[in-house]
Design a protein around this ligand. Structure first.
Ligand SMILES: Cc1cc2nc3c(=O)[nH]c(=O)nc-3n(C[C@H](O)[C@H](O)[C@H](O)COP(=O)(O)O)c2cc1C
Length: 333
């Protein structure tokens, strides 16, 4: 049985990746995840806000009077509030790279094509095999249209592309106006892979305290469905390679993601819930599923239910919506 896959031009021994999370800070936990079968590791992100605040703090020290960032960032952690500062992050990455027999992917997280992007080069120099750029942002500005949002992200990609030779993946939001078209623009701009999708943590309202609450809840498999549809749409048409992130909790989720078109499958919530041994559980059940269903390789399964290949492509498009609305039986069963 051949479990190997290619993602971002890298050969992975199987499709399972430890996604970006604080777990990456814990060397022992990462080693246990890799021993349990994780075929690659994505580092926790370095955040634009963190890197910018570090620079401002440095400038303020060097040239007292630079206060511009202080007020605007009062709701953000101070530079010391992040688990690892940039220098420690790069050292930690280099150490993981030395210690682990699998690819290590660095992660940058931000939204502007500014100076903080020079950390892409430093992540490469620290030994990362690839870089994931997370562009987590909601387009809430009524003055900024879709073209401007896309151009901003493309400018970030171009800026990074000028400085690094390692492959770049972009971790996307599902909320782009014309996602398939934008995915193709990113690919044409040199992006080696797309990660679908960022998970948006939904704020809630405390009606008694009149406050907006944020509470991080781990995902469930129901969140995979949005990703499956878009993996199926993008596979073979708009991206060189695809990873799924969000809602992968059991072997059936892994099978579905690969059938839809994922080259790699990231998981975080399941690992935070069950520990690094989750990789052994997932991989064992995945391997059993493949042999029970007489698959000889992961490649054989990849994209078999994508828009290009699935017997009924309309299932991913508007026909599916109309059929579903018409099939309502009249009462909840
Ligand atoms: C505690 C926590 C921290 C995370 N930190 C990052 C991060 O630094 N960068 C990033 O791109 N994604 C981060 N994520 C998002 C995950 O990488 C992943 O995309 C998301 O949790 C969905 O996958 P899951 O359903 O397997 O949890 C974080 C998620 C959690 C739960």
């Amino acid at each position: 049985m051949d479990f190997s896959t290619r993602y971002l031009g890298l050969t992975l021994k199987n499709p399972l990746i430890l996604g970006a999370s604080p777990l990456a800070h814990d060397r022992d936990a990462v080693c246990r995840a890799v021993d349990a079968g994780a075929a690659a590791v994505v580092m926790h992100s370095l955040f634009e806000e963190q890197l910018t605040a570090e620079e401002v703090a440095h400038d303020r020290h060097a040239a007292p009077g630079v206060e511009e960032f202080a007020e605007a960032s009062s709701w953000l952690p101070s530079p010391a509030g992040y688990a690892l500062g940039p220098a420690e992050y790069l050292e930690h990455l280099a150490r993981l790279k030395r210690d682990l027999p699998v690819p290590v992917i660095g992660s940058l997280n931000g939204v502007t094509a500014r100076g903080w992007l020079r950390y892409a080069k430093q992540i490469e120099e620290a030994g990362a095999d690839a870089l994931e750029l997370n562009v987590y942002q909601l387009a809430t500005d009524p003055d900024e249209g879709a073209e401007a949002v896309e151009s901003r992200i493309l400018a970030m990609v171009a800026e990074i592309g000028r400085t690094i030779a390692i492959p770049l993946a972009v971790k996307l939001s599902p909320f782009h106006t014309a996602l398939a078209h934008f995915a193709r623009r990113l690919t044409d701009a040199g992006v080696a892979g797309l990660v679908v999708f960022n998970r948006f943590y939904q704020p809630d309202i405390d009606v008694a305290e009149l406050e907006v609450h944020h509470r991080l809840q781990l995902s469930t498999s129901s969140e995979l469905l949005l990703r499956l549809r878009w993996l199926a749409i993008l596979h073979g048409r708009c991206a060189k390679s695809l990873a799924v992130t969000g809602g992968v909790h059991d072997a059936t989720d892994v099978v579905k993601a690969i059938m839809a078109g994922a080259d790699a499958v990231q998981t975080v919530s399941g690992v935070l819930r069950h520990g690094p041994a989750q990789f052994a559980t997932l991989l064992g059940a995945f391997e059993s599923w493949l042999s029970e269903h007489e698959y000889e390789s992961v490649a054989q399964m990849r994209g078999s239910m994508s828009l290009l290949k699935c017997p009924d492509p309309s299932a991913y498009e508007r026909a599916n919506y109309i059929q579903m609305l018409q099939s309502w039986p009249g009462r909840e069963r």
